[in-house]
Design a protein around this ligand. Sequence first.
Ligand code: CA2
Length: 153
Amino acid sequence: MPGSAPPVFVLNGPNLNLLGRRDRTIYGTATLADVEQLCRDEAARLGLGLDFRQSNHEGVLIDWIHEAIGIGAPVVGNFGAYTHTSIAIMDALANVEAPVIEVHISDIHAREEFRHTSYVSLVATEAVIGKGVEGYVLALQRVDRLWDQGPRG
Ligand code: CA2
């Protein structure tokens, strides 16, 4: 008998807890709590479970990716600046069998050169970049389309 579907892990990396409080011209006015509510509403509409988390620590994010792997959960991830630096996060994500959707609020390719490299993009199923916080909603819709609880895509 098939078990119940695991929740979608929505993982947020460093500094995203500051959303809506600074740098509003780049990231907009929504707080991370607002983003979580947006995700909760969309997940409920799509009939998906949701596990929404944020950490400023690389190892914690990696532990959470391992947790997602352990239960076969898809990952929607905005890994913040670790996107541009972390081979360790990339290696962890490469082992996620369910869809992995990379999200960036800002258009990283239109910003400083050092933000143009994304290690996450090398292993993500898809990316939603530069759509503001609505990108999280679009990412959940992509998970819903891609995910038949089989291997990626
Ligand atoms: O555009 C995105 O979503 C980013 O992942 C956000 C990261 C940045 O390092 C990436 O290059 C692109 C930054 C997270 C938010 O940082 C804030 C800092 C101060 C105030 C508000 C947010």
